[in-house]
Design a protein around this ligand. Structure first.
Ligand SMILES: CC(C)(COP(=O)(O)OP(=O)(O)OC[C@H]1O[C@@H](n2cnc3c(N)ncnc32)[C@H](O)[C@@H]1OP(=O)(O)O)[C@@H](O)C(=O)NCCC(=O)NCCS
Length: 159
């Protein structure tokens, strides 16, 4: 059984979230979690944290993770930003990322009533977002030496 859970940073599963993000996203580009924290001090605390969790004989195990950075009062950006989206390498392609994104979209578009979501997607991962109905919102740019595009999904506004 896989469940999607929203956790705070003092939740026991947060350290597993960090370990997964480190293994799948940060280590391959030579970053540690402290390097990530230092790129935008205070941002991690402002994010909502989502994890995909499986029951395991040795305890709950995080196999997917993502963060949602809500729009900030001092910014022109009205959409929420999805960051650090990843699934355990052995479990990719099973629909876990899709379920994680659906849970985040439900949270963003119902309880938080956000007008949209966006992310800086690695070019290789763009088909994942496109299959979820997201669209490209920028030309290609580089982040951490990797080609990215802004991908976004906008909620229809009442007329
Ligand atoms: C991208 C990622 C989060 C997707 O999670 P996932 O659980 O593997 O995705 P799903 O199984 O829900 O896939 C949904 C669909 O997207 C496709 N897809 C997923 N990742 C893809 C990728 N990197 N490239 C092309 N297609 C991809 C799947 O094939 C699937 O298509 P289908 O419905 O036709 O079968 C995961 O593969 C991952 O962690 N990749 C490495 C880290 C990464 O690239 N993160 C995103 C940074 S922007």
């Amino acid at each position: 059984m896989i469940r999607i859970q929203r956790i705070a940073m003092d939740h026991p599963l947060y350290q597993q979230e960090v370990a997964l993000r480190t293994a799948v996203l940060l280590k391959p580009i030579g970053y540690s979690i402290d390097d990530y924290y230092n790129m935008a001090p205070g941002r991690e605390e402002k994010c909502e944290h989502f994890v995909a969790v499986i029951d395991h004989p040795q305890g709950d195990t995080v196999i997917g993770a993502a963060t949602l950075y809500p729009p900030q009062a001092d910014s022109d950006e009205a959409a929420g930003k999805i960051q650090q989206f990843c699934v355990n390498k052995q479990r990719q392609g099973e629909g876990i990322g899709t379920n994680l994104m659906i849970a985040i979209e439900v949270r963003a578009f119902t309880e938080l009533a956000l007008p949209g979501l966006y992310c800086h997607a690695q070019i290789d991962a763009m088909p994942f977002y496109e299959k979820l109905g997201w669209e490209a919102g920028s030309d290609t740019f580089q982040e951490a030496g990797i080609d990215h595009k802004r991908m976004q999904i906008i909620t229809p506004q009442p007329t």
